[in-house]
Ligand binder design. Structure first.
Ligand SMILES: *Cc1c(COP(=O)(O)O)cnc(C)c1O
Length: 377
């Protein structure tokens, strides 16, 4: 759905991020199948991994998602604005003094420490209306959550009916979720089973995207995929069963002939081995296209698809521009103003991540506000 506004906006900026909502819905349905009989939630933190939560969350709701996870209270507020009936959890927990905001938004904190639990319980006692919250147990990641010993204590208090609020979910997070047989994953799974048993009747959740696809024992009552919804491969190296979701196109600003032997871009780190035709394209690291994905004589970089052909980046990615070698395209195949594709058309977020020494999650979440966002499907 390319609107006039989008076309006008595109004349004023260099790039366009197209998000295929039909692909997101299809990915959710596949994950829900793998999660079954457990419920499949959707992780939409960081503006739905950078793709626009106002559009992505309603698409997920349409596909059947009812439980959503965000990282921050502000993200919960935005999500509540688009999904009035969703069950929303805030993963980063209870910011001291923020309990009344959570109640106002009707979002539930994922409580990750004894002090957060105490503050929530005291707040609920004052309110006289015990509300719900999730409990986060750390089974080995050492990020957020109660240590196992603390979870045992809280479990005793819960079973004695003295917790002061209703835990609606007990959850933990895997450190190496893409390796089901990793010793740490086996230990986390075993420990989480024991922890979940401390909270009889409370639904349990362990799986991220990778563990949702693994299925089996990892499913518990609720799965929490994120990256897989957006087409990223949760288990890099293995075939990706998800549909690609994003296309990143950027405009060709200039086409130029450069003689063999000259360097291209900052630092002149790549020297042309032959006389070349370069397309200089209006996309750079200020748009979130990672500088580390650039090219040099020592290390070849990422690709772009131009006029249906895969072409190599040449030289460093600068703030606002990238050079691409189009020598092998037929004369006149493209002109300034045409678009080059940096994600999509067979180029996955994981492929670009590989060139940049990072992960698909970072490639997605870095794409900045300069790119016009178009949601299709
Ligand atoms: C981000 C996050 C997820 C989703 O992880 P993916 O690897 O993107 O599927 C699930 N649970 C927690 C606690 C998270 O922080």
């Amino acid at each position: 759905m390319t609107s006039l506004t989008t076309d006008a906006a595109l004349l004023e900026t260099g790039s366009r991020l197209t998000v295929d909502l039909a692909a997101i819905r299809a990915n959710y349905r596949l994950l829900a199948t793998r999660a079954a009989p457990a419920e499949c939630a959707a992780v939409v933190k960081a503006n739905a991994y950078g793709l626009g939560v106002e559009h992505v969350a309603p698409a997920l709701w349409e596909a059947g998602a009812r439980t959503f996870f965000v990282a921050h209270i502000g993200e919960a507020r935005v999500l509540r604005g688009v999904l009035p009936e969703a069950l929303i959890y805030v993963l980063n927990g209870l910011t001291p003094g923020a309990a009344d905001i959570l109640i106002e938004i009707q979002a539930r904190p994922v409580l990750g420490s004894l002090s957060e639990i105490e503050e929530w319980a005291a707040f609920e006692k004052d309110r006289g209306m015990p509300g719900e919250a999730a409990l986060h147990i750390d089974t080995g990641m050492n990020r957020l959550g109660l240590r196992l010993g603390e979870a045992e204590t809280v479990g005793e208090i819960f079973r004695a009916g003295r917790l002061g609020f209703t835990p609606s979910l007990v959850m933990s997070h895997l450190a190496v979720g893409d390796e089901a047989e990793h010793p740490l994953t086996r230990k986390q799974l075993a420990d989480f089973r024991n922890v979940a048993a401390l909270f009889p009747g409370v639904p349990a959740s362990l799986a991220n995207s990778a563990a949702t696809l693994t299925g089996g024992d990892f499913r518990f009552d609720l799965c929490r995929p994120g990256i897989a919804l957006y087409g990223g491969n949760p288990a890099p190296g293995a075939p990706n069963p998800l549909q690609p979701v994003v296309t990143l196109d950027a405009r060709i600003a200039q086409i130029r002939r450069v003689p063999a032997g000259e360097g291209v871009g900052y630092g002149a780190v790549e020297t042309l081995a032959r006389a070349s035709t370069l397309a200089v394209i209006a996309l750079g690291y200020a748009d979130g296209f990672l500088r580390a994905a650039g090219s040099s004589d020592a290390k070849k970089g990422a690709h772009a698809v131009i006029a249906g052909t895969r072409c190599s980046l040449v030289g460093r990615v600068s703030m606002d521009l990238i050079a691409v070698d189009i020598t092998d395209l037929p004369e006149g195949a493209v002109s300034p103003g045409d678009f080059a594709t940096f994600l999509g058309a067979g180029i996955s977020v994981d492929e670009v991540a590989g060139h940049a020494g990072t992960i698909g999650y970072e490639v997605l979440t870095r794409i900045g506000p300069r790119s016009v966002r178009v949601h299709t499907g």
